[in-house]
Each structure stands twice: as C-alpha cells, then as structure tokens.
Design a protein around this ligand. Structure first.
Ligand code: SF4
Length: 551
C-alpha cells in the first residue's frame, strides 16, 4: 500500500465521495443482506414490531463532513445505484474517488474499486470508514489508499490544505423518509432534528466497541468542537439554516464531557434556547448529572448501553439501571437501551433471565446485538489470539444481527440467532410498540413540566408534546384495536394511554382518534401483508455538489 502523499493537483483536484451502492435490503453477490436494510431503527431496534416498526434513513454523515471541510471541488453521492455510480465516474472523470463503507459492505467496495479502475483509470481511489479496520483489506480491494480513523484531516492533507483549519459543520437533517404503520409520516421543515457531531470516539473503550476502537480506543476521543461556545455557535447556525430546535448529537458519549455540556447549557440559558437533545451516553456519564440538569440541558432522548450487571463493564459501575430508566421516563426522557446477547457468562440456562432483566427496563426502544468480535476491536484481537474466530463467516454477516462469528463456550452459532430473535420478541410482547412507549414518556414529561417556572423549559415540553397532542390519539386507537386479539395486556395499556391523552388534550385528540384511527388500522393491516410478502424500502439517491464542483 502506497504512503499518503499530496495529490499533484492539490486543492484543484476534483473529488467524488460516495457511499456504497444499493439496493441494500436483499441477498446479493456483493454482500447485501435482506435482513440488513439501510434503516437503522428497523434493522437493529424495532425490527420485531411489524407494522409499528419505526423506519427511516440516515445520510452518510462522514462523507458530508469531509465535503464541508475541504476547499477542492467535491461531489457527494449518497445511496447510488450501481448505474448512477458508473454514470457519475464516467461523466466527470474525478481525480479522486473516495468510497466510504462499513465492514459488511466490503464486497461493494471491491466492486466499486473495480469499476473505477475500468471506467476512470486516472482516478486515485481512497477507501475509508469502518471497512478500513478489516485486516488485510489492501489485498481484498484495489484501492490506492485506505484511511483508518477520522477522514477530514487525512483528506485535507492529501489535497495540500490546512489540516488544522476549524471544522465547518454541514447542515444535516438527522433522518428522512420516515414511515410507520404503513404510511409515510410528514416531516415538515424544522420538525426533524439536525445532526451535530461534536466528537468522534469514546474513551471508555469497551472491548466490543467499533467506534471507540476506530477513533483511537480506550482513553481517546477526538473533539471537533472543544468548548460549549463552539458547539453553541454551530447549533445556532443549524437552527437558522434548517429551522430546527432539536439536535441529534452524534457523539458516542456526549455527556462524558461535562464541562463542555454545562458551558453549552449556560449559553442556552443566556440566549433563551429551548432546544431538545438526542444523545448517546454511558451510564457513568449520565450519573454525573441530576435529573434537573438533564432537563435544563434539554436532554430528551438517550441511547445507552444496558449490558448485564454481570458483564463487569466499568461504565455500568454499581448502578441500578432499571431504577435509572424509570427515573428518566418520569422526567420525560426517552431511553433507547442497548443490550448484548451472548456475553461470555451467558448460557442457555441463564440467558432468558438476562433477557428478561433487559426487558424489565421498559425502555422506549431496545436494541439487542450479539456479542460480536468486529475487526479492529480489542475483542476481535482477543478472540483471534484465543483461536475462537470462526473461519467460514462472511464479512457481510458480521454485524451482530445474525449469528455468532466466534466460538462461544456455551451457546452455538445457530442458537445465537434464536436467542437474539427471542430477545426482540420478548421486549415487544411485554412492552409493546415503541411508538406507544415514546408517547407514554413524552406525556409523562409534559405533565411534570408543563407548569415549570422557567419558560425556557416549558417551551421545550410544549414543543415535544405538540405531535402527541394531535395525530397520536389516532395512532394509539389503531394500535389498541390492532393488538386487541394478539396482545390484550398491551392493548389495554395503549387504551389507558389514549384515554389519558383525550383527558389532557380534549376534543381534538378524541376527534383524531375516531377519524384517523380506522384509517391507520387499515394501513397497518396492509403493511403487515406487504411485509409478509417481503416488501422492502430503499433510500433515494442523493447527489450534492459543492460550489466549486458546480462551476
Ligand atoms: S461506553 Fe458505549 S460508546 Fe463508549 S466504548 Fe463503551 S460501548 Fe462504546
């Protein structure tokens, strides 16, 4: 593999940055898998929830960040088809073609490199993203450079630009194409959060964590924005450009940097900002804050690891996470819990108890993943040293939603898939659709804070409750009727919540339930039938050219 050296055209090089080609939700020769659609939530969080699954797409934020931070003319191609990718490289004869991918899509990266070599042989090929962690990748694909870790600095250096220039944040809508209950949910401007990326990596360094490992591992984090003031400025810009007041903070452990978070809070208070934040946090980081601080800061949703207390991960300490989850709910903070199936101490005898423990958290969403040694992680190295990696597992199947890729002392590869599916099913059976659960938590927050003395806090809860005060009553009506025969206990809980909504929001909620409810009941049935026939959805291709690329 050649060493990085500046491209001869420097900052005048014409750059294409592309994600891998679709379609995605199918089994094909390039490594796509039907169980892995390009829908994060449906793929690994709500997939057992049938028509109630939350389905949406997220852009490839890494290449958007690179485009915004280089001066060279640059085009971003997101979710291309093979044909669109081919047309783009033939028409524009790019000097540099950058391909970003996760590990499972290595077959598509290989094919895209082949296409570039054949159709645009003068192009320099750069491959980045998590796929770069695959050992021996340089022998699997025909690329000029494979970039591990953060890519902005690398690309600036390759183009002869200032690597230390401040990071410009692109304006990113966090999700699009939202679907649930068989209908496309309108996302008017300003209604969907903007994505903000304050840092990459996480210093906790859990042994299985790909993101932590990819950006330096234990003890390391790379800040794009060091101070609360930097973040506040970036958020104000996004607020103005996109009309948003909520932010999806794409930082593996945002709350861990308490000084930065509280500085941001001071600035928000001074400017009267009623922003909502959706954050990732480890348990130990969350415990550094009082509930009041979290509410003040606008923390509305937390994605948090809830591994077994017997797992021994430092981030969990001795916290009673069930109690923590309950307290968050009471303050209107929605929780996405993430639990691992197949930890070393799991056995067929204790796994049901462990899954039930996870389910008892009653989180709004629950992700289950198989314990998976992914290339690049400490766990992968450990398993390799112990000779426990299974040889015959395709890289396309190493994603934690299928079967083990290692030899577990008590659970077989086949059993692992059954146990994983069982975990999703148990969570759904006991706790019901996530759409119901987020309504429950949002209403609890509203009731608690609607009369809060600080207008900034009140305004946030008014904003958060706006959606459930309208259409949600119809959604709950349909859910209640849909589940009446299959899960009476959950159907009853949904009904009580609907009546609570009616009592809180009066006639409008009542009328919505009667008008919209039957329609959503019918679209849910139709969706279930479509899903049973194997219907899938794919994101549209998006092309974005920088100003210099247009001239
Ligand atoms: S705390 Fe979460 S983000 Fe941090 S290393 Fe552990 S799993 Fe990764």
């Amino acid at each position: 593999m050649k060493q990085p050296a500046a491209h001869p055209k420097g900052t005048n090089a014409n750059v294409l940055l592309s994600s891998v080609f679709g379609p995605y939700a199918r089994d094909d020769e390039f490594g796509s898998r039907a169980i892995n659609p390009m829908e994060l939530y449906h793929n690994q969080v709500t997939r057992a929830q049938g028509a109630f699954s939350v389905r949406m797409y997220h852009r490839s934020w890494g290449i958007m960040m690179i485009q915004a931070n280089i001066s060279a003319p640059c085009t971003v191609l997101d979710f291309p088809t093979r044909e669109v990718f081919e047309r783009e490289i033939v028409r524009h004869r790019y000097d540099i073609v950058g391909i970003s991918s996760i590990i499972v899509n290595v077959g598509k990266v290989r094919e895209m490199c082949r296409m570039v070599r054949r159709l645009s042989p003068e192009s320099t090929i750069v491959v980045g993203g998590h796929v770069a962690a695959v050992p021996g990748l340089e022998y699997m694909i025909d690329a000029d450079y494979i970039v591990k870790g953060e890519g902005i600095r690398w690309m600036r250096s390759f183009l002869g630009e200032n690597v230390d220039a401040p990071i410009r944040h692109p304006h990113i809508i966090s999700g699009f194409g939202l679907r649930a209950m068989g209908v496309k949910i309108p996302q008017p401007p300003g209604s969907t959060a903007a994505t903000i990326i304050p840092s990459v990596g996480c210093p906790m360094g859990c042994n299985f964590c790909t993101t932590s490992a990819f950006f330096g591992g234990k003890g390391r984090v790379q800040n794009f924005y060091e101070s609360g003031a930097d973040l506040f400025r970036v958020m104000c810009e996004a607020e103005q450009a996109l009309g948003v007041q909520s932010f999806f903070i794409m930082d593996e452990n945002f709350l861990l940097q308490r000084r930065r978070a509280l500085e941001l809070l001071d600035l928000m208070k001074a400017a009267g900002k009623s922003w909502s934040f959706y954050v990732f946090s480890s348990v130990n980081a969350l415990r550094k804050y009082t509930a009041e601080e979290l509410v003040d800061l606008g923390v509305s949703w937390v994605w948090m690891g809830l591994e077994s207390p017997k797992s021994g991960y430092a981030k969990l300490g001795d916290t009673d996470t069930r109690d923590l989850a309950r307290r968050l709910r009471e303050h209107g903070i929605k929780l996405l819990g993430s639990s691992i199936i197949g930890l070393e101490h799991h056995t067929p005898a204790n796994i049901t108890e462990e899954i039930d423990y996870a389910v008892e958290h009653e989180t709004d969403f629950h992700q289950f993943m198989l314990y998976t040694p992914v290339p690049g992680t400490p766990l992968y190295r450990q398993m390799a040293e112990e000779g426990r990696l299974l040889d015959d597992v395709d890289l396309a199947d190493i994603h934690g939603q299928y079967k083990f890729n290692f030899s577990h002392s008590a659970i077989s590869r086949e059993e692992s898939k059954i146990l994983l599916d069982d975990a999703f099913a148990r969570d759904y059976e006991r706790n019901g659709p996530s759409l119901y659960r987020i309504c429950r938590t949002t209403l609890a927050g509203w009731k608690r804070y609607k009369a809060h003395p600080d207008p900034r806090v009140r305004r946030r809860f008014e904003w958060e409750v706006r959606s459930i005060s309208r259409a949600y009553s119809g959604l709950l009506w349909a859910m209640e009727h849909r589940l009446r025969k299959t899960n009476t206990a959950v159907s009853d809980k949904v009904r009580s919540l609907r009546l609570e909504l009616d009592a809180e929001f009066g006639r409008l909620a009542w009328v919505t339930a009667r008008l919209l409810g039957p329609l959503l009941l019918w679209t849910s049935w139709r969706e279930e039938r479509r899903l049973a026939k194997g219907r899938t959805w794919e994101p549209p291709t998006i092309i974005e050219r920088s100003e210099r690329a247009l001239t």
